[in-house]
Design a protein around this ligand. Structure first.
Ligand code: FES
Ligand code: FES
Length: 235
């Protein structure tokens, strides 16, 4: 413990509120230290505020602007154009809206599911320019010009995608909540060439959780889809 702290005597600070001021001294070690701490915290808040700018969201609301107006109305919007399942869409969005919420709430594409909303379960997996992503972790406005494929875009009319057909054939689901994400992820996994063995399938599908534990059937479905002639499509 430093000398300054040892030298503290509450009677040296008669103006300090005895219920809070002494605590401040004990926690921060001195009045000047507390002032420096508060200044530092103010700087940290500013750094957090700068986060969206560093993420390339030029239209993010400034720190002083509340996240939403009192009535819940977005303070600012940004425009984005992208293709979803081959169809062009132009949206005006609050820049904080995730791709998952844009798909589900603005475009009524509710096949992609919200499981954890934290990038941990894979229920929201979609394909962006052929690559799988967790759409709950991606802001919609960052997808300008992208081609996005959701579970709704895999089948061609009445003809199921080979991965969808294989999931049906092998009972690759029980409740089905994780299934759209599993299938989108499996399509990408096959296209990536990461389905050479069951172990490899398990490893490269490990970002997609299934609370029902349908894993053996999911692996079997992917193994079968790999063997189908023509290979996967939609990615
Ligand atoms: S909802 Fe996106 S990873 Fe769980
Ligand atoms: S089938 Fe129920 S969570 Fe996977």
């Amino acid at each position: 413990m430093d000398d300054d702290f040892d030298a503290l005597d509450p009677t040296d600070f008669p103006d300090i509120d005895p219920t809070g001021g002494i605590d401040d001294l004990l926690i921060f070690g001195g009045l000047e230290t507390r002032r420096r701490f508060l200044k530092k915290m103010a700087g940290t808040s500013a750094a957090i505020t700068l986060g969206p700018a560093l993420m390339g969201i030029g239209t993010a609301a400034p720190a002083e602007t509340p996240a939403t107006a009192a009535g819940g109305t977005p303070a600012e919007t940004a425009s984005v154009q992208f293709k979803i399942n081959g169809k062009a869409h132009a949206l005006e969005l609050d820049p904080r809206v995730t791709l998952l919420d844009a798909l589900r709430e603005r475009l009524n594409l509710t096949g992609s599911k919200k499981g954890c909303d934290h990038g941990q379960c894979g229920a929201c997996t979609v394909l962006v320019n052929g690559r799988r992503i967790n759409s709950c972790l991606s802001l919609a406005v960052t997808h300008e010009g992208d081609e996005i494929t959701t579970i709704e875009g895999l089948a061609e009319g009445d003809e199921l995608h080979p991965v969808q057909a294989a999931f049906l054939e092998h009972d690759g689901f029980q409740c089905g909540y994780c299934t759209p994400g599993q299938i989108c992820s499996a399509v990408a996994c096959l296209n990536e060439g990461h389905a050479r063995t069951d172990d490899e399938i398990r490893e490269w599908m490990s970002g997609n959780l299934c609370r029902c534990g349908a894993y053996p059937n999911i692996v079997a479905a992917i193994r079968e889809a790999k063997g189908k002639s023509g290979g996967p499509k939609g990615a």
